[in-house]
Design a protein around this ligand. Structure first.
Ligand code: PMP
Length: 326
């Protein structure tokens, strides 16, 4: 759909995937008024297709639009667009184990002009692509690199919305992590570079203790990290299993010491793409450390299967998280 100031949203339609035509002075290319979402559609055992918590994506998308001075896409328009695409692509929703259709809604400023101000014309698009299981050879713990040279988000910035600029600013640190032999970047807070915020595209959880008494800690939403929908779902599931979940600041020292004295037993990252990724190794200037024995922790794996079971319709959807398409 397109948007023009004074006219609102118009021209909603389903078209074949094709290149976009753009004016060289298209605002988004210069001033980065651009946001996106990521969600998935899952083939259900009864042959239907369902998306997972799309209203949460719609809400985050609208919040991002507001932060970037763009007109928000109303929730019903967002859901209708995602549904229409998934319905049209129904034959492309894979049915293999843990396979999905990845859906990417996005919005950008299309008005052609030079000069810094909010644009008066926007485009809202949704594209999709089949996605295989994230881990082709089983889940394995990843190594992470603490970014001490670069900061992802500062207070008052755009860290808690899914805007393109956040990712542009993170690419160099990601390159640095890979050069250091790590899989992912872990971002620290801007002011003290002491507290763990999140990973490149996932939120983090720390498991304290073990067994039924294990507690979970996840960095609180201070405005500089993305409120992940997987994070939110896992908080609910872990509490239902009887675990205490605390949202608070968690420092690198607490992480390192906890791993050394055995109080921090597992660390995992979570997001739409990989669901849960165990973290097995941390590289930092202040010293590297290893978490666990190279195999995924039990609570990480239990939460992972619980969430996947809901998403793939293998257990009843008691939270109303699945949205049937068509
Ligand atoms: N943090 C960042 C920076 C991300 O890009 C993502 C992926 N959207 C997440 C966290 C996890 O969010 P979600 O669980 O909604 O996929």
């Amino acid at each position: 759909a397109r948007y023009r100031t004074g006219q609102g949203w118009y021209d909603a339609r389903l078209t074949a995937y094709a290149p976009l035509q753009m004016d060289p002075s298209t605002a988004a290319l210069h001033y980065a008024q651009s946001i996106f979402e990521g969600l998935k559609a899952y083939a259900q055992p009864d042959g239907s297709v369902a998306t997972f918590r799309p209203t949460a994506n719609a809400a985050r998308f609208a919040r991002g639009a507001k932060r970037l001075a763009m007109p928000p896409v109303p929730e019903d328009g967002f859901l209708a667009a995602v549904d229409a695409l998934v319905d049209a692509d129904r034959d492309w929703v894979p049915t293999g184990p843990d396979q999905t259709l990845y859906i990417r809604p996005y919005q950008l400023a299309t008005e052609p002009f030079l000069g810094v101000r909010p644009a008066n014309e926007y485009l809202f698009l949704v594209i999709a692509s089949p996605a295989g299981a994230y881990f082709s050879r089983g889940v394995h713990p990843v190594s992470v690199y603490l970014s001490e040279d670069y900061i992802r988000a500062a207070p008052g910035g755009t860290g808690d919305v899914k805007c393109a600029g956040n990712y542009a600013a993170s690419l160099l640190a990601q390159e640095q992590a890979i050069a250091a032999g790590c899989d992912q970047v872990v971002w620290l807070d801007a002011l003290e570079k002491r507290y763990v915020e999140e990973m490149g595209g996932m939120n983090l959880f720390f498991v304290l203790g073990s067994g039924a008494d294990a507690e979970l800690v996840t960095p609180e939403l201070t405005g500089t990290l993305l409120p992940g929908i997987t994070r939110d779902s896992l908080i609910t599931l872990a509490r239902e299993k009887g675990h205490t979940v605390t949202e608070r600041r968690f420092s690198v020292e607490e992480w390192r010491k906890g791993v050394a004295d055995g109080t921090v037993t597992e660390t995992f990252a979570c997001g739409t793409a990989a669901v849960i990724t165990p973290v097995g190794e941390v590289r930092a200037r202040t010293g590297d450390f290893v978490i666990g024995d190279g195999t995924p922790g039990p609570l990480s794996m239990e939460l992972r299967s619980s969430l996947l079971d809901i998403q793939h319709g293998r257990v009843p959807d008691t939270h109303g998280w699945l949205h049937r398409v068509g």
